[in-house]
Design a binder for this molecule. Structure first.
Ligand code: HMG
Ligand code: MG
Length: 289
């Protein structure tokens, strides 16, 4: 039997958050409902952040209320602070994610906090999640380089990974936020992080700005990573990482993994329909683009 690699679908969050024109909750719900039939076990659908910082995610509670939940899918939400956590709990998110950075510049630009201050903010969120029995995932952005500070050392990424692991994160999602990493840089980062946290708890989150995300996934597979965050249709980017393009496309990664002999348990026909739907949402917003 071939080995399974899990794709964590982040399109409804990371994919759509960067779209300038506001997409209706109904359209987002239709996309999530279709994705829920593709075979994913985790889909990130919401983000309880300030609507002033990311207006596109202001409909997150409406989206979580409107989707037809598949019992086998965990519906995830980003929660930068306790206010976000409370919002996610009221909206019945199945799991939450705190999101930090390995670089000071991106931390400040993205969540208006130094790394040290962000870890202080995350600690009560992780504690509350534990008290509610809600899994909490930890994102680490800019593990290779930062749009503001330049290269990040593997040791620095490992330090933040350890801090989030010690806080109780069940999985650490390692971001190439700018999407410019090379496979050897990914390998060096993963080797350092593996010394700080168990490899079974690591996920790759690679944006595809330079077209090397698939090569970076192959480098990660060689290091034992078996979970990757992907975005249907390759949509997305982060509004606070200038120039960064979307996550690597789910359908491309799924096809590549099957060619490499791995199983994803995803239905390619559904992925194709969902990619068309996701790309159709681009520019189909209700505001000015
Ligand atoms: P701040 O300005 O430092 O915080 O923002 P504040 O506490 O002073 O609050 C400012 C305003 O936001 C206040 O409202 C708060 O009430 C409100 P006002 O008084 O001005 O009307 N507020 C909130 N509203 C809704 N939900 C909340 C919340 N918290 C405060 N949870 C804050 C700090 C973290 C809130 C802000 O910086 C923020 O929302 N940042 C989010 C940025 C973001 O979402 N970026 C994209 C996601 S991260 C990403 O894409 C990377 C990732 O994909 C991995 C990778 O690729 O590397 C995960
Ligand atoms: Mg991202």
């Amino acid at each position: 039997m071939s080995e399974t690699v899990e794709l964590f679908e982040v399109g409804p969050r990371d994919g759509l958050q960067n779209e300038k024109a506001l997409i209706s909750a109904q359209d987002k719900i239709a996309l999530v409902n279709l994705l829920s039939t593709a075979g994913f076990t985790r889909i990130e659908v919401a983000s309880f952040v300030s609507p002033k910082w990311v207006p596109q995610m202001a409909t997150s509670a409406e989206v979580l209320a409107g989707i037809a939940r598949a019992p086998s899918v965990s519906y995830a939400a980003l929660t930068p602070n306790m206010r976000g956590f409370d919002g996610a709990m009221s909206a019945r998110a199945d799991e939450v994610a705190i999101f930090g950075s390995a670089s000071e510049g991106f931390s400040k630009a993205n969540i208006n906090a130094s790394i040290a201050d962000s870890l202080e903010r995350f600690a009560p969120v992780a504690a509350a999640a534990k008290a509610h029995g809600i899994p909490v995932r930890g994102y680490i952005s800019c593990t290779i380089n930062c749009p503001y500070d330049g290269p990040t050392s593997p040791e620095q990424s490992a330090r933040i990974a350890k801090a989030l692991h010690d806080m109780g994160c069940y999985e650490l999602s390692l971001g190439d936020t700018t999407g410019h990493a090379y496979p050897d840089e990914i390998t060096a980062m993963l080797r350092a992080v593996k010394a700080a946290a168990p490899k079974a708890k690591l996920a790759g989150h690679y944006h595809d700005t330079s077209g090397r995300a698939l090569a970076n996934i192959e480098a990660s597979l060689a290091e034992g990573v078996r979970v990757f965050d992907t975005s249907i249709g390759g949509l997305g980017g982060c509004p606070y990482a200038p120039g960064a393009l979307g996550n690597v496309a789910t359908e491309s990664v799924a096809a590549r993994l099957e060619t490499l002999g791995y199983t994803t348990n995803l239905n390619p026909a559904v992925l194709e329909r969902a990619a068309k739907m996701a790309l159709g949402l681009r520019g189909k917003g209700q505001g000015d683009v």
